[in-house]
Design a protein around this ligand. Structure first.
Ligand code: ADP
Ligand code: ZN
Ligand code: ZN
Length: 752
């Protein structure tokens, strides 16, 4: 018999390795299964069987696969095709996709078998509840109820159990304990009375709570949008609906239909929104069918959910942040990407540097699933796709329940200062509205896109600015900590008392961040209760939720925060929203700065307004005539799109070309510069004018390493794949050079 070989993907940056398949496994091994493999002299890894074949590799000592990793589920072919696309498109290895996609405990590794076993997981056991065997008919069940007349809570729990079997045989039925939602003490009492029994078994899938019988009826406009989505015939649909128009309501209807039809669905949200109201809103409808997946979920839980989804044949909803994209879902009928404009869908830090929004479109194509991209402020790229006819458009123009859009005022900071109408960070226009709101017992949200106290310090005498020792960036003052902190590497140091350059005592804070705003509010509005929401105050989910909850209950009058406060929740009590310094948003050296500013302001404005009263939004800026500010204020989305598209056409940026960013990184500047020169020469031959660089990035030294970057622009209509091939070859050639072997090359396709 011919030998059987397997290409095995391991969670490393290397390509697949070829192994021989032990004869004992020949008949059972299949593509997508997880196996234990040894690499090097002793290290054991979990690998995925990517391809089985009969081609003997060229090298002499081919190792053999002898064991499966039993608890790691098998990948469906569609999931494998998707991973392949990601690896190819984003120029990384399948191993890097695997590393990102699979929870740690499902891909054990180690130097010995014992270590290997212990770093993996055993399947989780769950308790099932059923009736005790002595209760085998209506009569004995009635007796049981009768006996509980004096124990109302036990009575209720038994009733709750029985009613879960409406129309089915309760005497043969059983229910996972967590579905029963019963008080443990009460349950224990029922078990002791031999009415119920608890049985521990390995978790099984395919047992769901029933789907909701009724959903809120859609409004006419919503129903039309839902119909557009249902009849899109394989085209992705952009759902452009103003804040509060009921996009989520439409999602719930669409999900319900898919689950009812026995298919799975996927609902993606920006990371931060995952910890919020929205998740409970969705869970209220789909309960145990909802499988959440994001960075705050423990690895153990993620592993359980990963298995649950891998084994699901339908009827489940994956609800998660961008990484949920890699859940091994088969029989997928629908993918929703909510807040599709959000840049947190793009993973920039580690490979695969994917954009979950764009991946969703591909994943949908692979599965033949519907794809809905929803936003109140769709990205320029997505809207352009609508204009090109690649996406269908569904629109919601009105808020649900006749709630009015807020009134937006642009307040000129420079004029306010001249007239003496600015106190601290607050122009008169904002202050009077805040005062009125507070007096009426309403709430205020203030947006400032910088955290910390002040973005940098400066010596008033000589202009010295404290910088990070390891990064080429100024340090941010965090006053409550009493320290200067680097936002790139996290390093911190004490606040300088004297200027290290000239000895002056006049080292002062410049600019302002959320922490300073919080302090100033306490001064200007001494009676208001203030809280701050940013990465410093919301370091844990608990801290985050507690701030959100207090604000929701009205225990906080003014909430100041970074873009964290723009995402994923609604508060009925907010009547005034202030954007403290819109200039910050505009003065950002990125071709998307204008678009981002528009989105940020519009999303923030969307938080204002209540059913009974029109909300107020004040945008403070020193450039009140800026077209983006004006468009954001009037909510003129089409004007914004037109301006942005014109600009991008002029300067040749997406969607008129496709970008690849390349960053070279090394600790020695001279070597790095030489490497950059060689790299440019390698690429310039084939790419010519499409290659820009080398140039120093905005921050050109991070964690003691120097950085230099390139940008490759591929015109629409030219082969992106061909450019990538040229690039991949250049990276190989560069790293093959001895001096440049350890120069890190980071390739970022479609950088955001
Ligand atoms: P969006 O996601 O577009 O911001 P939501 O779906 O959150 O809007 O809807 C805003 C509010 O209006 C929510 O409180 C939601 O429950 C309510 N709502 C929207 N559509 C309906 C509907 N058809 N029936 C009942 N309530 C609705
Ligand atoms: Zn000085
Ligand atoms: Zn630093």
């Amino acid at each position: 018999m011919d030998e059987l070989y397997a290409d095995i993907v391991v969670p490393l940056a290397s390509p697949a390795f070829t192994f021989k398949v032990d004869t004992g496994l020949r008949n059972s091994i299949g593509e997508g299964m997880c196996v234990k493999v040894q690499l090097g002299p002793s290290k054991l890894y979990t690998g995925i069987v990517w391809r089985l074949h009969g081609e003997a590799p060229h090298f002499r000592t081919v190792k053999t696969i002898r064991d499966y990793v039993l608890h790691s589920p098998r990948l469906a072919p569609n999931v494998m095709r998707f991973w392949e696309w990601v690896a190819e498109y984003y120029m990384c290895t399948l191993g890097e996709v695997m590393r990102c996609a699979m929870p740690a405990s499902l891909k054990p590794e180690g130097f010995t078998d014992v270590e290997f076993l212990h770093s993996g997981m055993a399947p989780r056991e769950v308790q099932y509840i059923k009736l005790h065997h002595r209760i085998a008919n209506e009569c004995s069940l009635n007796d049981a109820f009768e006996s509980l007349k004096r124990a109302p809570k036990q009575y209720e729990t038994l009733l709750a159990f029985v009613s879960r079997f409406a129309g089915k045989d309760v005497f043969a039925g059983e229910l996972p304990r967590k579905f029963l939602n019963a008080d443990p003490v009460i349950l224990k009492a029922l078990i002791k009375k031999q009415i119920l029994v608890a049985e521990t078994r390995v978790l099984e899938t395919g047992e769901f709570q029933p789907l909701p019988a009724v959903l809120p009826e859609l409004t006419e406009q919503q129903a039309v949008a839902a119909e557009v989505i249902e009849k899109a015939h394989g085209k992705p649909v952009l759902l452009h609906g103003v804040t509060g128009s009921g996009k989520t309501e439409i999602y719930i209807h669409l999900i319900n239909e898919q689950l009812r039809a026995g298919r799975n669905a996927m609902y993606l949200l920006p990371e931060i929104a995952m910890t919020s109201q929205l998740v409970s809103r969705i869970s209220a409808y789909f309960g145990d069918r909802v499988v959440t997946y994001h960075s705050q979920v423990s690895d153990r839980k993620r592993a359980d959910n990963y298995r649950l989804i891998a084994e699901s044949t339908g009827g489940m909803l994956v609800l998660g942040a961008r990484s949920a994209m890699f859940m091994p879902v088969d029989n997928l009928g629908l993918i929703i990407v909510d807040e599709e404009h959000d840049d947190s869908y793009k993973q920039n830090e580690t490979a695969p540097r994917y954009n979950a929004r764009d991946c969703a479109v591909v994943l949908g194509r692979i599965h033949g699933a519907g794809v809905v991209l929803g936003s109140a402020t769709p990205s320029v790229e997505s809207y352009f796709n609508v204009m090109e006819g690649k996406y269908a458009l569904a629109a919601l123009t009105e808020r649900y329940g006749g709630v009015q859009m807020p009134e937006v005022i642009i307040s000129d900071t420079i004029t306010a200062v001249k007239r003496g109408e600015r106190i601290s960070h607050f122009n008169k226009a904002l202050r009077v509205r805040m005062e009125a709101a507070l007096a009426a017992g309403e709430q205020v949200m203030l947006f400032q896109n910088r955290r910390g106290f002040s973005p940098y310090m400066e010596c008033a005498e000589c202009g010295y600015v404290p910088m990070c020792r390891d990064c080429n960036v100024s340090l941010t003052l965090h006053k409550s900590e009493g320290r200067l902190r680097c936002h790139y590497c996290g390093r911190s140091e004490p606040v300088p008392v004297v200027c290290p350059s000239c000895g002056s005592h006049a080292v002062v804070a410049r600019g302002f961040g959320t922490e300073k705003v919080e302090e100033e509010i306490a001064r200007v509005f001494p009676d208001a209760k203030v809280a701050r929401l940013d990465r410093d105050t919301a370091q844990s989910v608990r801290a985050y939720s507690s701030i959100i909850e207090s604000f929701g209950h009205g225990a906080i009058d003014i909430l100041v925060g970074t873009q964290m406060i723009t995402k994923g929740f609604d508060f009925a009590g907010v009547s005034v929203v202030g954007i403290l310094n819109a200039d910050n948003l505009l003065n950002y050296p990125d071709f998307r700065a204008g678009e981002r500013a528009y989105q940020m302001i519009a999303q923030m404005a969307g938080r204002a307004g209540r059913r009974d009263k029109r909300g107020n939004v004040v945008i403070q800026t020193s450039s009140p005539d800026n077209s983006i500010i004006k468009q954001a204020a009037s909510g003129d989305y089409s004007a914004m799109i037109a301006t942005q598209l014109a600009e991008r056409a002029d300067f040749f940026y997406p969607p008129y070309c496709r970008l690849i960013g390349v960053t070279l990184r090394f600790k020695d500047k001279t070597v790095l510069d030489d490497a950059a020169r060689m790299f440019r020469d390698l690429l310039a031959v084939d790419l010519g004018k499409r290659l820009l660089g080398p140039q120093p990035p905005l921050v050109d030294r991070i964690k003691r390493e120097f950085l230099v970057s390139f940008l490759i622009k591929t015109p629409r209509g030219e082969s992106f794949a061909a450019v990538k091939k040229i690039l991949a070859r250049a990276v190989m050639t560069l790293n093959a050079e001895r001096r440049f072997k350890y120069v890190a090359v980071v390739v970022n396709v479609d950088p955001v």
